[in-house]
Design a protein around this ligand. Sequence first.
Ligand code: SF4
Length: 170
Amino acid sequence: MSVHLKIKMARDLYERFSSQISGIPGFGRMLRDYRNQIHLSRDVMNELGLPQTCTHCAVSIPGGGCCGPEIAQWYDTLTLLLNLFFQVDFPDEPYYPDSCLFLGKDGCVLLARYHFCVNYLCSRITSRLSAGELGRLTSQSGRELYAAWRMEGVLRQFLTSRAVPPKALN
Ligand code: SF4
């Protein structure tokens, strides 16, 4: 399924179910915790000076460096749906030709990101950071991904209970 079709499905699910999902006990708290973990990950990345490195690479290297066009295709409907709860606006076309659809002018436009995008560290980064810095970064990435996994579980359970086929969520 193309990423554009998954975006369409995520928007449709959001329109149909966002009010009911927001009413699930504990959902608001989990969403705030997830957002908080995303921001904490960004704080660690900022402290380690990574956004400049990643953005430079993503916007200067033809094909987007690590942010290549194929990666948007790996996104599932549930992760896209989570972004809609954060009011993320998906682009219709990639800002940089031959790069990931979600790579905006100054970096990734998503808040909820696929595990590859959260976890992947290229050799340019790993060779620059100390073991302690790498440990901080990967620990925080783990906390962010754990919060994402909890959110996905809640969404999946709710949507399957409303007869949304599981394969429509992948
Ligand atoms: S989703 Fe974001 S981080 Fe992942 S490849 Fe695309 S632009 Fe890069």
